[in-house]
Ligand binder design. Structure first.
Ligand code: UD1
Length: 421
């Protein structure tokens, strides 16, 4: 298994291009199952999760051809020859559940294994299932699989999500595009990835209103057509690299970044004393004088502070002046990076959904272990600012969500290299 070696060495300066969003792309890809015409996605990120989705769609009879070194994906589901999403693929990635809504909507039946994914709490899929049931699906859970049927097709309905769920909103939104009549999704997620999905579906001929607000209305149509759609910028990759100059000092421009994608996060950076300026090409982030200030953070659904940036923000706050409290409200058990940061000299106490971070002047390099995707990159950020050498083990998590990390950070002067297993 590969590991990453980092030698902490002062300020970073330069530019980092931000890729298309993993989470948006993983939702857009299954949208191919809604139509027999080609769907082309541009600005796709090159990540192992995208390859896993390619494999899953391939197993269902769809074709996914990566073009331009994987930055363009040409998808086609002329024929869905297999309606079963097998455990062996689904267990690798939770987003696999997103094939359920589209297959069910197009062909009236689907069998999908219950998913695995990052070990950050229980993460059930009950809301996905309840939303599809509201649209008239008959569901049965048997042997670890969801067996879904919609004889005569799905029917539009009003469904209110009891809690905000990104994935469940996406599954329901895709399914509703081909349901008969009108669907109203209330308490829907408002994430930029949902807006991106709705825009793509609209290009495919879907009738959708209200994406980006908590009520989305979908007028079902008989069929969808092909389209070409650019994947939205990855706001989590953006926020992650914004933290690099915040932690190490220096000035880095994040190409393709926009404040509107990370507003709540920028507000916390500002409170911590990190400067963020929108430029013609993206966002310029700098920290020039002294340590950052401690700030409190509460993770919330969009437009709140994203849970997917909590681990990275904790890395920053480890060296802040003062004490910060981070509250994780989206997932239980999402502080697994804390014990690893403690190995690097951080002072952190975790009590249930809260972590209290007492800032220290310097972290020290140490061998650490990546436990999930965002945790692994938080350790790399911490290592960039630490004294001495850090080896981050088990980086396969990292490769699920970040392309060419070593290259992007080295270009700004970081000492970081991959050690091949
Ligand atoms: C998506 C993202 C993930 C991100 C998360 C929150 C993808 C592939 N993944 O995950 O990276 O961390 O949004 O921004 O886009 N819940 C239920 N039942 C369900 C579904 C969710 O109880 O059926 C709960 C979850 O356990 C969690 C909360 O709802 O506490 C929000 O989860 P959700 O927004 O669905 O996250 P994901 O779609 O899994």
């Amino acid at each position: 298994m590969d590991s990453i070696l980092v030698r902490g060495n002062g300020p970073l300066n330069g530019q980092i291009p931000i890729a298309g969003a993993k989470n948006a792309c993983l939702t857009l890809m299954p949208a191919t199952l809604l139509t027999d015409e080609p769907l082309t996605l541009t600005n796709a990120p090159r990540l192992s999760d995208i390859r896993t989705m390619t494999q899953l769609l391939g197993s269902l009879g769809a074709e996914v051809v990566p073009l331009q070194q994987g930055q363009v994906l040409a998808l086609s589901s002329h024929d869905i020859s297999n309606h079963t999403a097998d455990y062996d693929i689904v267990r690798k990635m939770r987003a696999s559940i997103l094939v359920l809504g589209p297959m069910l909507a197009r062909d009236g039946h689907a069998i999908v294994s219950l998913p695995g994914g990052c070990a950050i709490g229980a993460r059930p899929v009950d809301l996905h299932l309840r939303a599809l049931e509201a649209l008239g699906a008959d569901l049965e859970l048997r042997d670890g699989y969801v067996h879904a049927k919609a004889v005569g097709g799905l029917k539009g309905a009003v469904f209110e999500f009891p809690i905000v769920s990104v994935g469940a909103t996406e599954n329901a939104l895709m399914a509703a595009t081909l349901a008969k009549g009108t669907t109203v999704l209330k308490n829907a997620a408002r994430e930029p990835e949902i807006v991106d999905l709705a825009q793509c579906l609209r290009r495919m001929g879907a009738q959708i209103e209200g994406e980006g607000t908590s009520t989305i209305t979908i007028q079902g149509v008989d069929r969808l057509n092909g389209a070409t759609h650019p994947v939205v910028t990855d706001r989590i990759e953006l926020g992650t690299y914004m933290l690099a100059p915040a932690i190490c000092g220096g000035e880095v421009e994040l190409l393709g970044g926009r404040i509107s994608l990370v507003e709540a996060f920028c507000e916390r950076l500002d409170a911590a004393g990190v400067s963020v300026v929108e430029t013609e090409n993206g966002l310029k982030v700098s920290r020039k004088n002294g340590r950052v200030r401690a700030v409190d953070v509460v993770t919330e659904p969009f437009p709140g502070f994203p849970t997917d940036l909590q681990a990275q923000m904790m890395a920053l706050l480890c060296t802040a002046e003062g004490t910060s409290v981070l509250e994780e409200r989206i997932f239980e058990n999402r502080f697994m990076h804390a014990p690893e940061l403690i190995r690097m000299g951080a002072k952190i106490e975790v009590h249930g959904g809260h972590a209290t971070v007492h800032g220290v002047e310097k972290l020290r390099g140490a061998p650490v272990m990546a436990t999930d995707l965002r945790a692994s990159v938080s350790l790399i950020l911490a290592a960039l600012a630490a004294e001495g050498e850090t080896v981050v083990n088990r980086v396969y998590h990292l490769d699920r969500g970040y392309e060419r990390v070593e290259e992007k950070l080295s270009a700004c002067g970081a000492h970081i290299e991959r050690i091949k297993a």
